[in-house]
Design a protein around this ligand. Sequence first.
Ligand code: XCC
Ligand code: SF4
Length: 637
Amino acid sequence: MEKKDINVLEQMQNMTIDLNSKVMLEKAEKDGVETMYKRKLGYKVQCGFGLQGICCRNCGMGPCRISAKTPRGLCGADEHTIVGRNYARMCAGGAAAHSDHARDITHTLALTTPGGDYQIKEPEKLKDFAQFLGIEVGDKDIYDLAHEVAEECLMEFGRPFGTSKMMKRATQARQDLWKELGIEVRAIDREIATVMHATHIGCCADIESLVLTGMRCSLGDWVGSSIGTILSDIMFGTPKPVHTEANLNVLAGNNVNIILHGHEPTLSEMIVAASELPEMQELAKEVGADGITLSGICCTGNELTMRHGIKIAGDFHQQELAIITGSVEAMIVDVQCIFPSLAELSTHYHTKFITTSPKARITGSQYMEFHEDTAMEDAKTIVREAIMNFKNRDASKVLVPDLKSEGVVGFSENAIVGKLNNVVNTQIDDMDTLKPLIDVLASGVIRGVVGVVGCNNAKTPSNYNHLTLIKELIKNDFLVVTTGCGASVAAKNGLMLKENAKKYAGKGLATVCELVDIPPVLHLGSCVDNSRIINICTLVAQSLGMEVPDLPVAGSAPEWMSEKAIAIGTYVVANGIDTYLGVMPPVTGSSRAVEILCGELKDKVGACFHVNEDAIELAKMIMDDIEAKRPHFEELY
Ligand code: XCC
Ligand code: SF4
């Protein structure tokens, strides 16, 4: 290699701390293929207006960009208005994605039939939820009940009058506060439409109002996410602790490799079922493979590992690298977080890049539309396509890196509380079940609980912020709960093994891990499953007669990148939980936006955003703030 090439490789390798990823980047260079890491090198300087959020193109007179010479857009919008509009639109983008995911799950619930492709796995959870929604349960047939619940959930998207029933999942104090602030969710779709309307030219030009409108919409994201989580549990089972493996080495061996990437379990659950069929296993043998390995990337990976122990191939930043191993027969995707680059990239290997959703068609992919009403047939066709591609695997192009970690995942709310009570999953209808959790928190053996969640962002070396933050927290006796790509990072680094608690966790946390048989970092699922974190916090606050902001808890998205992450962060703050970001959102162009988001919200909703791009300092901020809450918490307790 020439010196110049070495520099390029080294620069790319410095953009990740994952050792497997570094190996794959070297292979990418040898194979002459491009990845995000290479493209990032071409983006030395990113647009300063965009970074600060002060570019508006919401009408045809623009784009207008705020500078010393042009302090206002053509319509007169100032930097606060423009930043506020852009921020609210990010909330709407995120809410649209999460809640549309939930809508698909809800439609699937409406298709459930006894013995059908989709069934009810958790009748008790269904009945509880039906009751919560005000549906009479009686001795109704469970499938009739499911269909009624589906219809009622669809009302949450488009309820014409009144407010969302899901608001009642919050404490009474939260509900009152939201009402007072005028940010109760009416219906999910309506909140998204309201943001799009309010940010249209000639509408809202008040930063405080824009932030609150974005927050209301983000609470809609929470409603959608909660529906997504609950209905997924009802149809596919509430996760319970299960063993898994994580990182690209799960692709090693002579099996047909099928990677599932994206978000919605409706597709991936069917692919799992199809690939387990004897006919598919036999077909795999016929084409010369030993079997079939399913693995996941992004939140689909998280959903599958939580419910089936299916291996995690990698996180958001490893989707291209997985294909570059040359060992993937098919990458099957549905929606969200899918790099369009996979289409061109897969032409360099034998991999079939299969898109399945009309919402995420990608030029150059093989499109095999998936329909919930013909789910199993569709899944079988797709799996067969993957298996038949095994014969095209080119041994000379295969390089699977060496590393993988083991872990235990599957910590739904019911599983966490169950573990603390020494039983497998428990219903949390009895507040006594929460006592062990509250006791370890109140005694100070565990100092606090921090949700470290979200994406990978090319603005930081992949995984660095996540890993650094998580390690700092558990070392100091803070229990970490995690979802999304943050969870994949923890799993890849052995932090989801109880056996490693002694090595990484402080004495208090390590003792708890040993006693109740949990790892120091708990995998709660995909990004819609952040609703589980809010659920536990609410239950704990209710059982203690406290408010959520009184609890020694925090949220963090140290490498956030998606609009969904902004919506999540905003609903976490709205729920009264301080949220710490490791990457600055595009709001710094407005001093008012920063003052509100990182300060004044605290007076309004009891929590706000905090940003620090240094992971060690971010950890310190979180721990100091939680420690500052402890005396009050202990007093109330
Ligand atoms: Fe996407 Fe959900 Fe972010 Fe990962 S964490 S990069 S949103 S897959 Ni949700
Ligand atoms: Fe410019 Fe105003 Fe149009 Fe935005 S809405 S592009 S600031 S004129």
